[in-house]
Write a protein that binds this ligand. Structure first.
Ligand code: NAP
Length: 303
């Protein structure tokens, strides 16, 4: 069992910001990441609403954040957190390679993508179906592709694919999109994008690889099959909190409940970024959470 003062779980924009603020205040947080630093940012095409950059690729912004970690001498420890639990006046953290007792844990573990749970989805995952247009869109260049979903993630990644796919379908279950108007306008005015609403996907079909998608019009009941080789699902997210043993800090959907100081109801456990229960999930709000949390943690440790 190793002792730590501060453990941060997740190296996305919120965890990175908290790490930088804490380091600059004289602490050395132990930053844990299970996969790719930068979080969802690394998988995002273009960012146009982060101050200071008119337009920047998600991967470039993620790289700049990681570079800033390096310049502040903060290491990323590649471990997968399996348990977090309050034990007396410490917090116990178990990962796939070690066990820790820490004064403070900051949960910044973000969200994971929801699946559609329809026929053929398991069979054709990575054989045509993916959660990341930026990573996998190039495999199906000049072939028919589809984006499923009507939120900002779906629509922004559709703009990435619009000149790669031929054609690109955007399939959404309602006639109104959930995403921001500025992106919706670009989708609706694109010559290469065919918007199919209100349709729900029923089944993925193919032989070795994905070949088509069966859809149902939820208003008319019409069933149609569209030829597609690549399908990118953006149908929402769920909180990465399965490792949290103190379930009383979670809401009914699994998101962490915090106050305005990013404190949970358990002393020593804080949470920030997309994993918390909040209205607006943005890079800028994740970073803001990280900054606020670092001050709360410093005050908590001084008590
Ligand atoms: P989201 O906003 O929750 O959108 C999910 C979409 O999937 C919705 O359109 C939803 O339809 C649809 N959907 C859900 N379940 C479905 C199902 N079973 N079958 C078919 N469609 C289904 O998720 P997101 O787009 O990933 O965004 C997550 C958060 O990150 C949001 O707060 C978003 O604003 C933010 N974000 C911001 C930016 C940015 O500002 N640049 C970029 C990306 C994400 P309904 O609309 O009918 O519910």
């Amino acid at each position: 069992m190793e002792n730590k003062k501060i453990i941060i779980i997740g190296a996305g924009p919120s965890g990175i910001t908290a790490s930088i603020y804490l380091k600059r205040a004289g602490y050395t947080p132990y930053l844990i990441e299970s996969s790719m630093p930068g979080g969802k940012l690394s998988l995002t095409y273009k960012i146009e609403n982060y101050p200071g950059f008119d337009e920047i690729l998600g991967s470039d912004l993620a790289f700049k954040m990681m570079d800033q970690l390096t310049k502040n001498n903060i290491d990323i420890n590649f471990e997968t957190v399996e348990e977090v639990e309050k034990k007396e006046d410490k917090v116990y953290v178990k990962t796939n390679i070690n066990e820790y007792l820490t004064d403070v844990v900051i949960i910044a573990s973000g969200t994971k993508e929801n699946k559609l749970n329809i026929k053929g989805e398991e069979e054709f995952f990575h054989k045509g179906i993916s959660f990341c247009a930026v990573c996998d869109g190039g495999f199906y260049r000049n072939k028919p592709m589809a984006i499923i979903g009507g939120g900002n993630s779906a629509l922004e990644e559709a703009l990435y694919l619009e000149n790669i796919a031929s054609p690109l379908y955007v399939i959404h279950r309602r006639k109104e999109f959930r995403g921001d108007k500025i992106v919706v306008d670009k989708i609706e005015n694109s010559e290469n994008i065919k918007v199919l609403t209100p349709y729900i996907p029923l089944e993925f079909k193919g032989n070795d690889k994905l070949e088509s998608l069966v859809l149902k019009n939820v208003e008319t009941g019409e069933i149609k099959e569209v030829e597609v080789n690549g399908v990118f699902e953006y149908v929402g997210q769920s909180a990465n909190t399965s490792f949290v043993k103190d379930k009383e800090i979670l809401n009914e959907k699994g998101y962490v409940e915090v106050n305005e100081k990013m404190e949970t109801k358990i002393e020593g456990i804080f949470a920030i970024g997309d994993v918390i229960n909040k209205e607006l999930r943005q890079i800028v709000t994740a970073s803001s959470d990280g900054a606020i949390c670092s001050i709360s943690v410093i005050n908590y440790l001084k008590k």
